[in-house]
Design a protein around this ligand. Structure first.
Ligand code: SAM
Length: 479
């Protein structure tokens, strides 16, 4: 195993020397070919990689997945089983793609729409948009140990390698674990163990500081077909079990960061449904719905993903998907994030909300403070003795007819992080202007009351009513 790893590590180093990195590939392809590739069109990229340099050969071989002329520098990739050679040509057996700042992910070859290829049931998917979403959501500070459930090509383990002392990566698909081990080898990551098994079973009884998962969340008609995206459990049951079960494996203060899909069922508000999951977890929780698709959009997306669009069975499978959703009263499918934190004491604080706009990335860098805000808001009153400060990056907008002396509305807006906006009154606006966390709240509110000619008791009662939400929303921070 040591020898295999050394060999793979040397290959990883050769990929880096050839500048087969995200920046190197981006520079080689340029924006037009890069954009076309994002739409699974390879012709512009073929035209941009015709010069015969090692980087061009690697991009053609492992990214565009076309044969390249045999060359001695490719022999080691053939020996490692990543490519095969015949008739003077080398073809990729597996896909090897650079991961931003984290090494190389090995997965099955991508099946491109219109290529005539089919996706095998145990296909191991490469690093995609959802993988990058989860990497940005994951905890960004160091942890002793981390668990990645459904590791696939191992991309999350690669991202975690620099900040977790030890990583455990699980998957139900043994091929995924083989390829994930190759990813770790190529990337020089040695602090990861791979364990086979479903959901939480392979790590029962163990404890972790951080658990991440980009789970097989796709809700499909019965009869599992693609393990890389479907769990085989009905509806969104896999995500529910993950959310309710994983916290038992957390150390106190530990985190779960998950992507998930959830069903929107006729007559049941989605916030109640998913809120019920996180309540059962017993954790501080922040659930964000980032997108919703109707049943038809959802079926089309996943039929395209498995290259079934345009096949003879397409209409029948599309219909089966819609039948399934109709039978279960599904009106839409939500996609989003779930962040959980095992509380050190006290009842958990939770928030379930929809945020469709672009937020500051990486979200993982400030999730902990969002959870702190939820906990702080729940316990807050103006008499609680805590210092309060306006969050950094808050601006005020005054809205009213041109030339008017007094604004009709005042809006506080966050220039960073979640970029929320909140309509506020004069008291909150004045407070945001003066509270920097050095003076107690009560004298500040008394001074504001005097300034605006209102009764101090009324101003305090108003602050008691409105500040908790502004704290939960991150406009004010408790000291
Ligand atoms: C969407 S992929 C995620 C891959 C990778 N972690 C990422 O972020 O891109 C989901 C993974 O879950 C695995 N999986 C499917 N069913 C599972 C189950 N019941 N228990 C654990 N893993 C499962 C699949 O094999 C697949 O590798």
């Amino acid at each position: 195993m040591g020898q295999v790893s050394d060999h793979l590590r040397r290959l990883g180093a050769a990929l880096e020397r050839a500048e087969y990195t995200i920046d190197g590939v981006r520079e080689l392809l340029g924006p037009v070919a890069g954009g076309a590739l994002a739409r699974d069109e390879i012709v512009p990229a073929l035209r941009a990689t015709g010069g015969g340099s090692p980087l061009e050969a690697l991009v053609r071989l492992f990214w565009l997945q076309v044969p390249v002329p045999a060359d001695t520098f490719l022999d080691d990739f053939v020996a490692a089983g990543l490519a095969e050679s015949s008739g003077g040509e080398v073809r990729a057996r597996l896909r090897v793609e650079p991961v931003e700042g984290a090494g190389y992910a090995v997965s099955d070859l991508k099946v491109r729409p219109g290529s005539g290829g089919t996706v095998r049931p145990d296909h191991v998917v490469g690093a995609g948009g959802a993988s990058a979403n989860l990497a940005r959501l994951a905890v960004h500070s160091p942890v002793d140990n981390a668990l990645d459930i459904g590791t696939g090509c191992g991309v999350q383990a690669l991202h975690l390698a620099g900040r977790a002392g030890r990583i455990t990566a699980t998957d139900v698909n043994p091929r995924a674990l083989e390829l994930a081990a190759m990813s770790a080898g190529l990337s020089g990551v040695a602090n990861v163990e791979f364990v086979e098994g479903p959901l939480l079973e392979p790590v029962a009884g163990r404890r972790f500081d951080l658990i991440v998962s980009n789970p097989p969340f796709v809700v499909a008609p019965p009869g599992r077909r693609y393990v890389y995206r479907e769990s085989g459990m009905p509806g969104d049951e896999f995500c529910r079990r993950l959310v309710t079960g994983a916290p038992a494996l957390l150390n106190e203060g530990g985190h779960c960061r998950f992507l998930a899909n959830w069903l929107q069922v006729r007559g049941v508000p989605w916030e109640e449904r998913v809120g019920g999951w996180v309540e059962r977890s017993g954790c501080d929780a922040w659930v964000v719905q980032r997108d919703v698709q109707d049943p038809a959009e959802y079926a089309e997306l996943w039929l395209r993903d498995s290259c079934e669009a345009g096949t003879a069975e397409y209409r029948e499978r599309y219909g089966a998907w819609l039948d399934h959703f109709e039978r279960h009263g599904v009106t839409g499918i939500g996609f989003g994030w779930i962040a959980l934190r095992k509380p050190a004491g006290g009842p958990p604080a939770t928030r379930v909300e929809e945020l469709r706009h672009a937020v500051e990335e990486p979200v993982g860098a400030y999730v902990e403070e969002i959870l702190d805000g939820l906990v702080g808001a729940r316990e807050f009153s103006t008499g609680c003795g805590k210092l309060v400060r306006a969050a950094a990056g808050i601006v005020q907008e005054q809205i009213g007819p041109p030339g008017a002396e007094d604004p009709e509305r005042i809006v506080l807006r966050q220039e960073h992080r979640l970029r929320r906006a909140a309509g506020v009154g004069t008291v909150e606006a004045a407070l945001a202007g003066v509270c920097d966390g050095t003076l107690p709240l009560e004298p500040l509110l008394a001074a504001i009351a005097q300034l605006i000619g209102q009764d101090a008791g009324q101003v305090r009662a108003h602050a008691d009513a409105v500040l908790p939400e502004l704290i939960a929303d991150g406009f004010f921070v408790l000291g």
